[in-house]
Write a new protein. Structure first.
Length: 212
């Protein structure tokens, strides 16, 4: 979904940029993961404020994300607040290092492909934010988490965002439909704050016209 000089010779890059300039595009082009700062709806939580300031995962934040006492939406807000960087990050690696120390059994299960939904979700979402140019492996982890814990809307919505991030040009309709279809599957209520969901939909809904 992004045009990068790594993929085009100089002449072709000039032509590609000209095409982009001449053809109408959705308003905030092409990065659902980095354009949806829904953690703003959770700034009353000290862990979210700390993550937004530090932008680097430490042991205390890792423990908070992995704790069974932390709801999935609050864990997601911390990860969202940690953010992204054009050079990439290593927050998912830091989380796994902490897991190896704090719960070796859970770490070994994850490495063997039998991780819990919480570990799969945390590693998957962190990995997607760390390397948002290549999210396929993160998407696979989040799909596993979603299958294991289908009752949690937060997991399903983050998975939908990561899928949207990996959509190719020409499939922008799916960027709109993914989160909306996910929302429709949870008619009995959401554990995620409505104001946070609105942040996501305000971005992905700009692609609605691509479905015509």
């Amino acid at each position: 979904m992004r045009i990068s000089s790594r993929h085009f010779p100089a002449g072709m890059l000039t032509c590609a940029l000209l095409v982009v300039a001449l053809c109408p595009q959705p308003a905030q082009a092409d990065s659902p993961l980095t354009s949806t700062d829904f953690h703003q709806a959770y700034l009353d939580l000290p862990e979210v404020r700390k993550a937004a300031q530090a932008r680097v995962l430490d042991d205390a934040l890792a423990d908070y994300i992995l704790s069974p006492g932390t709801s999935y939406d609050e864990a997601a807000a911390v990860i969202n607040a940690l953010g992204w960087d054009t050079e990439g990050k290593d927050n998912h690696v830091c989380l796994l290092r902490r897991l190896k120390v704090s719960d070796r059994r859970a770490f070994d299960r994850f490495k063997a492909g039998k991780g819990s939904s919480r570990v799969l979700f945390a590693v998957g979402y962190l990995w997607a934010m760390d390397d948002y140019f290549e999210t396929r492996r993160a998407e696979a982890l989040l799909w596993q988490a979603r299958r294991q814990a289908p009752e949690f809307f937060a997991i399903a919505l983050i998975h939908a965002l990561v899928v949207a991030q990996s959509e190719d040009v020409g499939r922008w309709c799916d960027v709109f439909r993914g989160p909306r279809d996910t929302l429709a599957r949870y008619p009995n209520g959401l554990e995620m704050r409505r104001s946070a969901v609105k942040v996501v939909l305000d971005y992905t809904d700009i692609y609605a016209d691509e479905c015509k």
